[in-house]
Design a protein around this ligand. Structure first.
Ligand SMILES: NC(=O)c1ccc[n+]([C@@H]2O[C@H](COP(=O)([O-])OP(=O)(O)OC[C@H]3O[C@@H](n4cnc5c(N)ncnc54)[C@H](OP(=O)(O)O)[C@@H]3O)[C@@H](O)[C@H]2O)c1
Length: 249
């Protein structure tokens, strides 16, 4: 028996990194999943891998910076399943450079992908969840939401906005069968990890409290926990999974 048996889930940013790990773990725990990202080859390969392993998955390409693309994701999801139990908002991008070098284009990219897309996706799925009096929204924020990091100014601000709006929506719908929680990952090895990243140097600089970087599965375990009924009494919270970075600085 899986911890997510009979649940349906939509996972954004599933074509690599954390989202891909979450998709595989959700499917392994029995969830029927819909995965998105812009990269069709990677999305289709992920679906093949999951279905060949006995799971149930479907992919739709989606650019979350476009509202009509999110509407298409919602239509696709509800064409597959009458009810979506879990919305895992996870897609994101990082621009890492000094504040004064960050321009309007950087701001738009970060704000539209890391914040506005989360708002639009929640606004797309929440009405159906409310009709069903049941919905579980999990948003990927970051330790950057709470822990200042030079070079991640716009990124950190938008991640903080994600944790803030999540708590507000959790409060607004606390009596409606809706839960909204965030995961705040620390450094995890993915395509987002800056090119030339040196684990030893990062550890020496105090950026990796445990001395090593995290794996996407470290976040997927927390995602399964939040997606499961084990957290039925939990809403408006942030789970920090950062290898001890926040407590060591
Ligand atoms: N890695 C870390 O250290 C770390 C730490 C804290 C928080 N996070 C957060 O974790 C989440 C996942 O990141 P990751 O580390 O797994 O990075 P990643 O491997 O680069 O994955 C990012 C995902 O976002 C998708 N994406 C980006 N822009 C998109 C758009 N406009 N429309 C649709 N999908 C889009 C990408 O898919 P396509 O390219 O196919 O569109 C990809 O699947 C992000 O929200 C990130 O901010 C990561």
């Amino acid at each position: 028996m899986g911890r997510l048996d009979n649940k349906t889930a939509v996972i954004t940013g599933a074509t690599s990194g954390i989202g891909e790990a979450v998709a595989k773990m959700f499917a392994a725990e029995g969830a029927k999943i819909i995965v998105t990202g812009r990269n069709e080859d990677k999305g289709n390969a992920l679906v093949r891998e999951i279905t060949e392993g006995g799971g149930e998955a479907a992919f739709i390409a989606c650019d979350l910076r476009k509202k009509d693309s999110i509407a298409a994701l919602k239509d696709f999801a509800y064409a597959q399943y009458d009810k979506i139990d879990i919305l895992f908002n996870n897609a994101g991008v990082l621009v890492h450079k000094p504040f004064l070098e960050q321009n309007d284009e950087d701001f738009d990219l970060i704000m539209e992908t890391n914040y506005r897309a989360y708002v639009w996706t929640m606004q797309a799925f929440l009405p159906e969840m409310l009709k069903n009096e049941s919905g579980n929204i999990i948003n990927t924020a970051s330790i950057s939401s709470i822990w200042p990091e030079s070079g991640a100014t716009f990124y950190g601000a938008m991640k903080a906005a994600v944790t803030n709006i999540s708590r507000n929506i959790a409060k607004e719908h606390v009596r409606d069968g809706i839960r909204v929680n965030c995961i705040c990952p620390g450094p995890i090895m993915t395509n987002m990890t800056p090119a030339g990243f040196d684990e030893e140097k990062a550890a020496e600089a105090g950026l990796l409290a445990m001395g090593h970087i995290g794996k996407p599965d470290d976040i997927a375990y927390a995602a399964v926990y939040l997606a499961s009924d084990e957290t039925a009494f939990m809403t408006g919270q942030n789970i920090i999974v950062d290898g001890g970075v926040c407590v060591s600085n």
